[in-house]
Design a protein around this ligand. Sequence first.
Ligand code: SAM
Length: 276
Amino acid sequence: MELWYTEKQTENVGITCKTEKTLHVEQTEFQSMAVIDTLQFGRMLVLDGMVQTTIEDEFVYHEMITHVPLNTHPNPQNVLVIGGGDGGAIREIIKHPAVKKANLVEIDRRVVEISREYFPEISCGLNDPRVSVIYDDGIKHVADHKDYYDIIIVDSTEPVGPAVELFSSDFYKSIHESLKDDGLFVAQTESPFFNAELISACYGKISEVFPITRLYLASVPTYPSGLWSFTMGSKKYDPEAVDVSAVPGYMTRYYTPKLHRSSFVLPKFVEDLVRP
Ligand code: SAM
């Protein structure tokens, strides 16, 4: 018998993967969670019916949400990840020798526990001595840490449930206060094909708070439409002005210094979403 998993990405379209086995299903305090082995993408983490990460394509998202901001800041010592309980962003962050402290603030303890159990390739960095895993709401953590971080990475779920406020103006203001004078942040901001209004709204809100706002793109096959956006707000450093020749070659599979630059070159319809 063949078994298939479908994520309904919009009212009218979805992604369907042939599965080998369902390894885990549970309802946590915050969301439903499943771990599935698929034939095409390997092991997959699903939260509230939405694919969060898969073994085959996770490197794209995790490298792009981390190396772009970390190579934009000249001395990223103190880094915060909000969400990201799978640990993939942390795994990439600790490749940077400048990093002295990386805090992961995840609201749902079970995501971290399940990732440690079923996704050791992704969660492996969580045991690094520079890393602290804190179970809390990212909104509260940021409000409690003023003038503290060099970089904040918002590795959140889609804007539903506990993640809704992570896409709000008040949260972006709070992030601004939590960053040091030359700090910067990046947030995953969904698909330009399916979430155009959200991208425009986030870009507008972030521009009201940060002098430098930039959008960049990456191709993630299992995310809705396959084209994913990230929005950066920065107090001082422009990610497009980075001297890529000086960027060290970290062990990556998607991110390269050249791609750092090219990921900010936007298709016309995406440029139109963020044009004032
Ligand atoms: N890469 C993923 C994607 O874009 O599909 C996101 C990965 S990560 C698993 C997202 C995490 O954000 C979830 O584990 C969720 O529990 C967490 N999260 C949602 N809202 C949060 C909040 N307010 N504070 C901290 N973590 C939050």
